[in-house]
Design a protein. Structure first.
Length: 278
């Protein structure tokens, strides 16, 4: 018991503050794709820039292509899928996109959001470039999800460089003889098949504490013994991040239950062991 606690203390001391690479901060390919989808409409709205009589300019565009105004929401950093509600002049909640249906509403939207003054003063010279910047800003919200993907990517890189053959995102239904996992479909990040053993691998990285790390530790503590009960399979958990310091009790509990728990520092020891297996 003392030996396990000592190993766990070392494990905690090895946890990394970040797994961010230079590509972590902004997904420019996604940004470019988002802008490209609406670039034609944005270019049409460029006609509004520098116009003192915005209503007349709006009418000209609306008569030509009323759908051009469907992209007005992104100009205030709102995505259509979010279905944002705002209070209208009668203090009634309405969908933001309801302002894009006629000239009067469009003008009310432009003036009410402050875009009118921005357009007239030409503080923006090109809406395509402007929305590119907006998309970069909104993309920062996806960083939390990217952290987990980066962890899987880092592990995959280690496996690949070591010449280990692996499968990614494999559903539990693939293994007909694996019992006791419950009715819920589970998907393992990696699967490594060896002659006498199949390793089912989960990976994650937590920068912050909160309920999620605790839930994950509890879940894996439950699933690992069920998988390991079948000698053909073994559950492997590769996790890292300083977020565990705020959830170390559950992690310690899982560490004592799951024989194979690794972080990015100890991962090479697992790799070396796998390489020796047929």
């Amino acid at each position: 018991m003392h030996n396990i606690m000592a190993k766990f203390d070392v494990f905690l001391s090895q946890l990394k503050e970040t797994n961010a690479t230079l590509g972590f901060f902004t997904d420019f390919s996604k940004v470019c794709l988002s802008v490209a989808k609406i670039a034609v409409k944005l270019n049409q709205l460029n006609f509004l820039l520098g116009k003192d009589n915005l209503r007349a300019a709006v009418e000209l565009i609306y008569n030509e292509n009323p759908k051009a105004f469907e992209v007005l929401d992104i100009l205030v950093a709102v995505r259509k899928k979010d279905k944002k509600l705002v209070l209208n002049e009668k203090l009634q909640p309405v969908l933001l996109e309801s302002y894009f249906n006629d000239v009067d509403s469009i003008c009310a939207y432009i003036e009410g959001t402050g875009l009118g003054e921005v357009f007239r003063s030409k503080k923006i010279t090109n809406l395509v470039d402007y929305v590119f910047g907006v998309e970069v800003g909104l993309d920062t919200n996806a960083r939390k999800n990217r952290s987990g993907k980066l962890m899987a990517k880092a592990v995959a890189k280690v496996f690949t460089e070591a010449g280990i053959v692996y499968e990614e995102e494999v559903n539990s239904t693939t293994f007909n003889d694996l019992k006791g996992l419950g009715k819920d479909l589970k998907r393992f990040d990696f699967v490594i098949r060896k002659k006498d053993k199949i390793f089912l691998i989960e990976t994650n990285f937590y920068n912050d504490g909160g309920s999620k790390p605790n839930e994950v530790a509890r879940s894996y503590s439950d699933i690992a013994p069920k998988i390991n009960a079948n000698k053909k399979y073994e559950f492997v958990w590769i996790t890292d991040g300083k977020g565990w310091l705020k959830a170390k009790n559950k992690l310690e509990e899982a560490y004592g239950i799951i024989p194979r728990v690794y972080n990015l520092t100890t991962l090479p020891s697992f790799v070396e062991e796998i390489k020796k297996l047929a």
